[in-house]
Design a protein around this ligand. Structure first.
Ligand code: GDP
Ligand code: IMO
Ligand code: MG
Length: 429
């Protein structure tokens, strides 16, 4: 069997969590391959709403196994909070959850370092979620990191203290003012205590060699879906650098983040919103700073699932979408939040970029809002609610036309359209 991949094609928050949950009944295993608690994946069903940060979005189906892959970084405190929230709703995640031994830990000092690093950047700050993502991945690549598999080692405490001391040394060298600094409302010491309590609880979870487990499962004919976090335009290599996250969010990240060969990759599903959003700093060519942007934010409830920050909103950006499709080798597109455009008479789509007076289609090296001007095409809106629509053939003509326009522009079929946050508000071709 092959590993199908589901990932975001924009700046994150495309609706990956919802679609992974919709697909889960068709898979034996759901495996998260990168990112950490910077992610917020929302799943809604039966009037309930959950936001997953570390735990894969397949957890709501007890017969499917969920794996946190080696490419993910885990904050035990946040992880245990997620576990407790699920338990309150009667979901016992420990029964169908596995954690790779090779996944790295986010230490309390990684979160401190994130805050210090952002404040040192001043105006050019990234707008990080401040969950310690950059510093934890930095330690992974600098070969300083602590991994899940180290938790039971005799030298764990010693390694923890050494790394923590190194972090404090760095923080002191920045001359950072950390007076009044808190982590989730707690002092450093109080948070650190809770972090260790969470580690003790985590030790009772099933830790595996994720790569061995997955490859063996595939050999046995099990079906696997890899769940991406963030989005292609936040990829550390190909996104709008330096305003990106610190991992490879693209399909290739599924290989390194799970320990599977490229030969084992099956279908690649690319998820995009019918418009664009971005949270945090960085260029955003189609951003709407006007009333229209405010309507998109309001209709789409565009506030960060992890930080609650308002998301910046704008029209769909085809050059960026095509770039993302190319990088990932997307086979099938899934369009989200079509309902958010319900009230528009006219809808714009950016079909090209104008850079230095020249019209071009390619995503440039520097995506600069100062030098780049989007070229728009205008389409008719459908201007009707979609609540009662139950199949693709019932879609209003203008929405079908919008979908055809995207299919023609990208050369990839849109095989699913989402018309609301609930699991059931999903139309398949
Ligand atoms: P993810 O990070 O990609 O999983 O996406 P988020 O959960 O951060 O953000 C997507 C938001 O849109 C969540 O609040 C979802 O409940 C919501 N959502 C998903 N699909 C739809 C849809 O088709 N229509 C509307 N209105 N909301 C949706
Ligand atoms: P999901 O998986 C949207 C953004 C942050 C910031 C930049 C770097 O829910 O789609 P980081 O904390 O990684 O150092 O932040 O990336 N960002 C996201 N934006 N959705 C996400 O995840 C994001 N994860 C990080 O806002 O601009
Ligand atoms: Mg999100």
């Amino acid at each position: 069997m092959k590993v199908d991949v589901i990932l975001g094609l924009q700046w994150g928050d495309e609706g990956k969590g919802k679609i992974v949950d919709v697909f889960t009944p068709h898979y034996d295993i759901i495996a998260r391959f990168q990112g950490g608690p910077n992610a917020g994946h929302t799943i809604e069903f039966d009037g309930k709403k959950f936001v997953q940060h570390t735990i894969p979005s397949g957890i709501f189906h007890p017969s499917t196994l969920n794996l946190i892959g080696n490419g993910v970084i885990i904050d035990p405190f946040i992880f245990m909070m997620e576990i407790d929230k699920l338990a309150e709703a009667g979901i016992h995640a420990e029964e169908n959850l596995l954690i790779s031994n090779r996944a790295h830990l986010i230490l309390p000092t990684h979160r401190m370092l994130d805050t210090v690093s952002e404040s040192m950047k001043g105006q050019s700050k990234i707008g990080s979620t401040l969950k310690g993502i950059g510093p934890a991945y930095t330690d992974k690549f600098a070969r300083n990191g602590l991994r899940i598999g180290n938790l039971n080692g005799n030298d764990f405490m010693e390694r923890y203290r050494t790394l923590k001391e190194m972090h404090f040394h760095t923080i002191r060298s920045y001359n950072a003012d950390l007076a009044g600094y808190t982590l989730d409302g707690l002092s450093f010491e109080a948070y650190e205590k809770k972090w260790f309590e969470a580690i003790d609880r985590m030790k009772t979870f099933r830790m595996v060699e994720g790569e061995q487990f997955l490859n063996k499962s595939l050999d046995e004919g099990k079906s696997v879906m890899a769940e991406g976090a963030q989005g292609t335009l936040l990829d550390v290599d190909f996104g709008s650098y330096p305003f990106v996250t610190s991992s490879n969010t693209i399909a290739a990240g599924a290989c390194t983040g799970l320990g599977i060969s490229p030969h084992r990759i099956g279908k690649i599903y690319g998820i995009f919103k019918a418009y664009c959003t971005r949270v945090g700093s960085g260029p955003f060519p189609t951003e709407l700073m006007d009333e229209t942007g405010a309507i998109l934010r309001c209709n789409g409830n565009e506030f960060g699932s992890t930080t609650g920050r308002p998301r910046r909103c704008g029209w769909l950006d085809l050059p960026a979408l095509k770039y993302a499709i190319m990088l990932n080798g997307v086979d099938t597109l899934i369009m989200m939040k079509a309902d958010v455009l319900n009230t528009f008479e006219k809808i714009k789509v950016c079909s090209n970029y104008k850079i230095g007076g020249e019209v071009r289609e390619e995503f440039p090296f520097e995506l600069s809002d100062d030098t780049l001007e989007p070229v728009y095409q205008e389409l008719n809106g459908w201007n009707v609610p979609l609540n009662s629509i139950q199949s693709f053939d019932m879609l209003p003509d203008q929405l079908s036309e919008y979908i055809r326009f995207i299919e023609k522009g990208t050369g990839i079929p849109v095989e699913m359209v989402s018309i609301g946050p609930d699991r059931v508000q999903t139309l398949k071709k």
